[in-house]
Design a protein around this ligand. Structure first.
Ligand code: GLP
Length: 255
């Protein structure tokens, strides 16, 4: 894992956006993996700015999102599809037909999960996957105890996660009990992963994910086995780390 400590959430977001933009410039037909939650909003904001001001081009990009609530229609204000449209997709030139989220309304959800995996594979896999982290160490909706080899499937949301996510809903009872999520095995197949974490509420999860033992009880620890994982944290999210990490990525020059 390459861990980078940034002074604040803004610089964390700029680095994540620059990392994704690099992939897009190198490979205009890249397959990008996106995440929801409050944390990626700054990253999406910067990518939108790069699109508007620097011509960053998403016209050939294909995207796959990590997860979606079961039972929320794509048009539901709290669905992750709506979140992505409102906060990102509607502000860049990514073609709507090239955006993919798991289907939380499918009659046969298991078949839909298999189809999602097959679709990712049909595009050659994900080049770079953006990730947040839950306060309990979850990635996507892979809650503690999720198999580290899991694939896209339905997961029951933990009480902690439903409580954390209730801020987006009128009340806690409205938060769906289930979600369709890429598995940890699915995420691990992305060629590159970028996990971002900001704020004191993530400090324990970050410490466990980066410096703790690999365990299904903290799903983000699986990323320790990923050959190309970048973890960008702000100062507050870094407070539980025992080691200190650089504020920039390692650059090896020959002179
Ligand atoms: C949700 C999402 C995760 C996200 C997490 C943290 O549970 N499924 O992908 O990482 O929330 O969200 P936030 O960034 O709002 O703290």
């Amino acid at each position: 894992m390459e861990v980078v400590m940034k002074p604040d959430e803004q610089s964390m977001s700029l680095m994540a956006a620059a990392t994704i933009a690099d992939v897009i410039r190198r490979k205009p037909r890249a397959v990008l993996g996106f995440a929801t939650g409050s944390t990626p909003l700054g990253t999406y904001g910067e990518l939108i700015r790069m699109h508007r001001e620097e011509g960053l081009d998403f016209s050939q990009i294909v995207s796959f999102n990590l997860d979606e609530y079961v039972g929320l229609a794509p048009s539901h204000p709290q669905s992750y599809r709506r979140f992505m449209e409102d906060n990102f997709f509607n502000h860049i030139n990514l073609r709507p037909e090239n955006t993919n989220l798991p289907d939380g309304m499918a009659d046969d959800i298991e078949a839909a999960c298999r189809a999602y995996e097959a679709k990712i594979a049909s595009f050659g896999g994900i080049d770079i996957q953006l990730l947040g982290i839950g306060a309990n160490g979850h990635i996507a909706f892979n809650e503690p105890s999720s198999s580290l080899g899991s694939r896209t499937r339905v997961k029951t949301l933990s009480d902690k996660t439903r409580k954390d996510n209730s801020r987006f809903f009128a009340n806690a009872a409205e938060v769906p009990r289930y979600a369709v999520t890429m598995g940890i095995g699915t995420i691990m197949e992305a060629r590159e992963v970028v996990l971002i974490a900001g704020g004191a509420s993530k400090a324990d999860a970050v410490a466990a994910a980066v410096e703790g033992p690999i365990t299904a009880m903290c799903p983000a620890t699986a990323l320790q086995l990923h050959p190309h994982a970048l973890v960008i944290v702000d100062r507050e999210a870094a407070t539980g780390l025992r080691y200190s990490y650089p504020s920039e990525r390692l650059k090896v020059t020959k002179d």
